[in-house]
Design a protein around this ligand. Sequence first.
Ligand code: C2G
Length: 130
Amino acid sequence: MKKVLTYGTYDLLHFGHINLLQRAKDLGDYLIVGLSTDEFNKGKNKKAYHSFENRKMILESIRYVDEVIPENTWDQKIKDVIENDIDIFVMGDDWEGKFDFLKEFCEVIYLPRTVGISTSKIKNDLTLVK
Ligand code: C2G
């Protein structure tokens, strides 16, 4: 069984997220998502609209996602790759090169981001709605 791992905040879920998850799952048989906790997001200067528990429940309902684990720190990835016996690590290419240190442990693939959508765009556009 080929296991795939990716990470993210996945707040205000949109089609860019789904495109990433679908392509990640297509690379293997089992997809694990490391979901950023609310605490970890503070370090990313991100404040998710939905709590970790609600973002986790939403992700777990997606057909491409097989398991969701918490992302608490930047440096848990090697441990996660080893402990979960991961074959392929996947991220959108806004992270191109940032996780190449994982190449020692698994394949690393950066997938093209979906253009024209992001959680911050959604938030911004909503402030413009009368
Ligand atoms: N993404 C995408 N296209 C978009 C928006 C997002 O492909 N239009 C991808 C991102 O590249 C990422 C995933 O969807 O792979 C989740 O995006 P975010 O929730 O914004 O994740 P991020 O805050 O980048 O967290 O340790 C890594 C971090 O946790 C990544």
